[in-house]
Design a protein around this ligand. Structure first.
Ligand code: XMP
Length: 518
């Protein structure tokens, strides 16, 4: 992966609002070719200036007949660059290039069987019969001039089409989704056989170019980075440190809401192992003081967020002058997805956990990961020597245990939760299941229940165990952990953690529940 599109050949993915647009971009990068998502209205001249070597038109929920149908600059078909239209993309080709599209009142959704009539370059080397995934309303019923059909399905004579002279291709199905057989093969044929793209987007080349970019941008300046210990800030720290060494200072804020040994782990790894200039700010007393008596989840979140900014800002003053603030912003945080229909990707996230800080402190932003997807970030982290526990760490919410102790926080409740959670993590690691689930954690329930210890009645707190599987945290299901493992977790928590009389298992999926309890 080169660190920017100037260095690598680019495939442009024009976004027409499909929830799969990012998946297309990721599949291309899995083929070691750089891809970039563009708004569907991007002028052809811009794409030419940026030197794109191929264009993919994404799917989208709209109909080409809709009043506000997203229509691209027609000039993209005249650039002399190969174009592949996917789903809505093939309908656009039909509509704009002189074919006919029929309006449909219902969507065709699910598996179909593609029969390749003539492999051409798009299906070269692939089986003549492929199970494919469809999700479309309208469909092409008459070819535009210059095109021929190269694949049919039970529902469409024109499920795959090509204009060999102009290098234009269209497919009705979605090659990017897992359910389409050999979908990656279709992309590879397009990228290498048709666009002549090179495999120049590799972890090694990304790191080399990112290091050169960081050095050129920063010069002799000083960079500050708020290290949380999560994947993104950890990889950003390791990468920037590789580039500029002691010009980087990391700040780790102990908010008193961390898990067991978390602070020691971070200090050991970054200070002792990587020799990074790491400043630990112990603000736990301040956080707990401000949170005293607050039980409403959103109020807790706000206090934690605001206090973090205050503490971080103060720590910067004590560090001295710096020109840059580094952040582990990722590509999905910066893509402004097209909002058509109910495209979940269109929810633009605000990643900047330090809010207006850069402006107030007159800091320039340094975001060396802003072109990467999460899986690419993990690859970079692994190559830079970060351990598996960091690279494949489960997500952990910014407000930490603050939203895992239900209701008002207190030191003794946090201590109980930390001890119980440490046991859960230990057992999840020992069973190897830690790496297979999305998240596993304990929640402190502020209710007391009766138990017996020896001959004595034990009236103590309840711990809930929450373990979920998920792809992207938008939906989640509770993990069916083996009973023996659950038994071990439960008996260890009730035996080893004083103040707990009972362990319960959360068997709610998302929706309707959320992953966290607050
Ligand atoms: P929910 O509970 O909404 O969580 O199903 C979805 C994912 O987001 C994480 N999460 C947060 N992350 N700050 C964060 O940085 C937060 O306030 C926050 N709340 C939830 C949660 O752990 C899960 O991975």
């Amino acid at each position: 992966m080169c660190s920017d599109s100037r260095m690598a050949q680019t495939i442009a993915v024009l976004d027409f609002g499909s929830q799969y647009t990012q998946v297309i971009a990721r599949r291309i990068r899995e083929c070691q070719v750089y891809s970039k998502i563009y708004h569907y209205s991007t002028p052809a001249a811009t794409l030419r200036e940026e030197g794109v070597v191929g264009i993919i038109l994404s799917g989208g929920p709209s109909s080409v007949f809709a009043k506000k149908a997203p229509i691209p600059d027609r000039g993209i078909f005249e650039l002399g660059v190969p174009v592949l239209g996917v789903c809505y993309g093939i309908q656009l080709m039909g509509h704009l290039l002189g074919g006919r599209v029929s309006k449909s009142t219902h969507r065709e959704y699910g598996h179909g069987n593609l029969r390749v009539k003539s492999p051409g370059r798009l299906f070269a080397g692939l089986p003549r019969k492929l199970r494919v995934w469809n999700s479309h309303g309208d469909r092409l019923i008459q070819l535009p001039p210059g095109f021929r059909a190269i694949g049919v399905t039970e529902n469409s004579e024109y499920a795959a089409i090509e204009d060999r002279r102009r290098n234009l291709f269209g497919i009705q199905f979605h090659p990017e989704v897992f359910h389409t057989e050999r979908g990656i093969g279709v992309f590879q044929n397009f990228l290498f056989g048709i666009c002549g793209a090179k495999r120049d987007w590799t972890v090694r080349s990304f790191i080399d170019h990112a290091i050169a970019d960081i050095r050129a941008k920063v010069g002799q300046g000083r960079v500050i980075l708020g290290l949380s210990g999560g994947v993104d800030s950890s990889v950003a720290a390791a990468l920037i440190h590789r580039a500029i060494g002691r010009q980087l200072t990391c700040v780790f804020v102990d908010n008193g809401l961390l898990r067991q040994n978390e602070r020691d782990y971070v200090v050991n790894l970054y200070k002792k192992h990587f020799h990074i200039d790491l400043r630990v700010v112990d603000a736990s007393a301040l956080f707990l003081r401000r949170l005293k008596g607050v039980s409403e989840p959103e109020a807790k979140r706000k206090i934690i967020g605001r206090t973090f900014i205050k503490v971080f800002e103060q720590s910067l003053k004590s560090i001295g002058h710096a020109e840059f603030l580094a952040q582990g912003t990722l590509y999905p945080d910066v893509i402004e997805s097209v909002a058509i229909g109910n495209n979940p990707a269109a929810l633009i996230k605000t990643h900047h956990n330090v809010g207006g800080l850069p402006g107030r402190m007159k800091l320039k932003l340094l975001e060396p990961l802003r072109e990467l997807f999460k899986d690419e970030v993990r690859g970079v982290g692994a190559k830079l020597g970060l351990p598996r526990e960091v690279v494949w760490r489960q997500p952990f919410p910014g407000p930490g245990l603050g939203v895992r102790v239900m209701g008002a926080l207190a030191q003794d409740k946090l201590d109980i939760l930390r001890a119980a959670d440490a046991i859960l993590q230990e057992e999840m690691m020992a069973s190897g299941l830690y790496w297979k689930v999305w998240q596993s954690f304990c929640v402190f329930l502020p209710v007391k229940s009766v138990g017996v210890v020896g001959d004595e009645r034990n009236y103590a707190w309840v711990i809930a165990v929450r373990v979920v599987e998920s792809i992207d945290a938008m939906t989640a299901d509770w993990s069916r952990l083996p009973y023996d493992l659950l038994q071990k977790i439960s008996s260890r928590i009730t035996n080893e953690v004083r103040g707990v009389s009972r362990v319960v298992l959360d068997i709610s999926s998302k929706p309707p529940a959320t992953i966290e309890w607050e």
